[in-house]
Design a protein around this ligand. Structure first.
Ligand code: ZN
Length: 206
């Protein structure tokens, strides 16, 4: 169920972002931050930085322009009697923490136990990215991805495990490089049935 429309969509979105006009007040805001950090926003190397930063932020936050549930709208009911779990493992993602607007870099494993329908496997990553491309806290990101799959696919169970490192912790504050945070959200059979939970966690590598 490869879906090439996804990568075309991405390329078009990146091209749109590259030519997006940036209002003066937004550029001024970035210049103010540069000055506050001890920089001279008028030096040559920084002249185009306000525009670049502004456009980059539109990309980091492009999840605000979409409802991730749309990726789960097209389902396949012809599953050939398959009723075991579906797992997409170690999906890389980028997000930004809402407390410092600093990068959160990590990977997520997403599993569900289908009832009567499945989605193209890339769509699980789309849902993750739809929620990750916003200002987030890891706990909420994990819960939102799980809930979206739960509400839209109505599966027997959903399991989402997210592992990430937070730049606000690794590059500032307590400065602990290499430290990762793990969060999980289990719903339905993965929450209620110990055997299903054990199976999904071991397939995810936990
Ligand atoms: Zn933070």
């Amino acid at each position: 169920m490869a879906d090439y429309s996804d990568s075309i969509e991405d390329a078009l979105a990146a091209r749109e972002a590259a030519k997006l006009p940036v209002p003066d007040e937004v550029q001024e805001a970035v210049k103010t931050l540069l000055r506050w950090s001890g920089e001279d926003p008028d030096r040559e190397g920084l002249l185009d930085t306000p525009k670049r930063v502004a456009r980059a932020w539109k990309e980091y936050c492009e999840g605000y322009n979409e409802n991730p549930a749309i990726h789960l709208a097209r389902t396949f009911e012809e599953v050939g009697g398959y009723d075991e779990l579906v797992l997409l493992k170690d999906i890389p993602f980028h997000s930004h923490c809402e407390h410092h607007m600093a990068p959160i870099i990590g990977k997520a494993s997403i599993a569900y136990m289908p009832t009567d329908r499945v989605v193209g496997i890339s769509k699980l990553a789309r849902v993750l990215h739809g929620f990750a491309r916003r200002l987030q806290v890891q706990e909420r990101l994990t819960a939102e991805v799980a809930q979206c799959i739960w509400d839209n696919l109505k599966p027997h169970g959903v399991a989402v495990v997210v592992e990430a490192s937070h730049s606000c912790m690794t590059a500032r504050g307590v400065r602990t490089p290499g430290v990762g945070m793990t969060t999980s959200r289990l719903l339905g059979c993965f929450l209620e049935d110990a055997r299903s939970r054990k199976e999904v966690m071991s397939l995810m590598g936990y």
